[in-house]
Design a protein around this ligand. Structure first.
Ligand code: NDP
Ligand code: ZN
Length: 351
């Protein structure tokens, strides 16, 4: 079968590979819609997780089941399915301890385009299909479904890690597609003021649509000063980090109140250390909590997030600024994601 692969660090290309085999608990799925992720960019062009050779990329998509293993009960060929970017081994001790994302080792629940071929192939393999897949509701189109793989669960996880409570004032650093879902998640969880940090006008407009009350442009000066100015010098209750770099944690610590919680979902593609400012962190005694995580996977999570789209509480169309038709367009979409033109939020490919 054909797939768009990372050939080595810094190089992508189409390759031919043997189709994956379906184990007794597994499924093989044919993509119906696909989306490239900023994480693919970190992985290929920054070499952020190390060398990979001829690994098919992609971990965002939706598809149709082609084959299921003998033990699979809930799915059959022809079913249209939601597929999470993270597909844990649910029997692992890590999953039993509540951190299925790390089943088998840190970040090892993230299999597609990390430890095995991803979704940008004519077929892709899903482990533990009954636990990791969900049925795609008829009312959700395949493009929106692709956003439920990773953008919604990751952004919402940022809001969960920051533990947003009713009436909280929140700063969301980064308003690409992940940060926009951080804003939407914070809004659904009851935040009052949401200060959204980004520079691109189209992202700012979408952020307002998802509930941001103020926009802060990090290119117009220190974001901590801008946040303090907008909050009468008090700072914010919670921070979601969905963009920036190894220095961003320093800014988050400086803008948050004692007792505040920071939820980081940003994938730090480069730099060796994350900086925590000693004094602003209360010399270690500030009760300023740092939570950081990979999105939770699994079918139940997919079903719950899809239900927000089904009832009309979450509209994913504003994320998808660039739409392509045809499987082979996934290369163009990925390169567009790398270039990040100002009007891009997220490309999607309907296969
Ligand atoms: P984008 O690149 O589209 O968005 C990044 C955002 O951060 C933009 O709004 C950008 O502003 C802003 N930004 C960039 N530099 C700074 C800075 N110095 N200070 C403040 N804001 C800044 O990325 P995505 O939304 O697609 O993804 C966000 C991150 O989430 C990525 O690192 C991605 O790899 C990661 N990710 C993590 C997952 C997880 O499970 N934890 C899963 C999926 C993705 P602008 O462009 O407007 O100038
Ligand atoms: Zn991703």
């Amino acid at each position: 079968m054909k797939g768009l692969a990372m050939k080595r660090i810094g190089e992508i290309g189409w390759i031919e590979k043997e189709a994956p085999k379906c184990g007794p608990l597994d499924a093989l799925v044919k993509p119906l819609a696909l989306a490239p992720c900023t994480s693919d960019i970190h992985t290929v062009w920054e070499g952020a997780i190390g060398e990979r050779t001829d690994m098919i990329l992609g971990h965002e998509g939706t598809g149709e089941v082609v084959e299921v293993g003998s033990h699979v009960k809930n799915f059959k060929p022809g079913d249209r399915v939601l597929v999470p970017a993270i597909t844990p081994d649910w029997g692992s001790y890590e999953a039993q301890s509540g951190f299925a994302q790390h089943s088998g080792g840190m970040l090892a629940g993230w299999k597609f385009s990390n430890f095995k071929d991803g979704m940008f192939g004519e077929l892709f393999h899903v482990n533990e299909a009954d636990a990791n897949l969900a049925h795609l509701p008829d009312s959700i189109d395949v493009a929106q479904a692709a956003m439920i793989s990773d953008m919604v669960p990751t952004g919402f996880h940022g809001a969960e890690l920051a533990d947003i409570r009713l009436g909280d004032t929140v700063c969301c650093i980064g308003i690409g597609p992940v940060g926009l879902m951080g804003v939407a998640g914070a809004n659904l969880m009851g935040a009052s003021h949401i200060l959204a940090v980004g520079s691109r006008p189209d992202c700012a407009k979408a952020a307002r649509g998802y509930g941001a009350t103020d926009i802060i442009n990090y290119k117009n000066g220190d974001i901590v000063e801008q946040v303090l100015e907008k909050t009468d010098g008090k700072g914010v209750d919670k921070v979601i980090i969905a963009g920036g770099n190894v220095k961003t944690m320093d800014e988050a610590i400086r803008m948050i109140k004692p007792g505040g919680k920071i939820g980081n979902v940003n994938y730090l593609g480069s730099g060796d250390y994350v900086i925590i400012p000693r004094v602003e962190w209360g010399c270690g005694m500030s009760h300023k909590f740092i939570h950081a995580g990979l999105m939770p996977g699994g079918g139940l999570r997919m079903e719950k997030l899809a239900s927000l789209v089904e009832v009309g509480k979450l509209d994913l169309n504003p994320l998808m600024t660039h739409r392509f038709t045809g499987f082979e367009k996934v290369e163009e979409a990925l390169l567009l994601m790398k270039e990040k033109p100002p009007d891009l939020i997220k490309p999607v490919v309907v296969c």
